[in-house]
Ligand binder design. Structure first.
Ligand SMILES: [Zn+2]
Length: 64
């Protein structure tokens, strides 16, 4: 597994970044694939000010 470098919030400088995931309502679907099951969105959130540092889908290949 690749080592992730320490993330820092660009807004408040806080280094405590928490991970969150969105289920059902927050699911991301490819626009052109009607039958896709969609993908969960994984977010990294600053635990101090709530800024979302990064957001990505769990199954990016679905969006190709
Ligand atoms: Zn912050």
């Amino acid at each position: 597994m690749m080592e992730e470098k320490e993330k820092k919030c660009p807004i408040c400088g806080c280094e405590h970044i928490g991970k969150g995931t969105q289920y059902s309502y927050g699911k991301m679907f490819p626009l052109d694939k009607v039958f896709s099951k969609g993908s969960e969105v994984i977010a990294e959130i600053c635990t101090d000010c709530g800024y979302i540092v990064s957001m990505r889908v769990k199954d990016p290949h679905d969006f190709k």
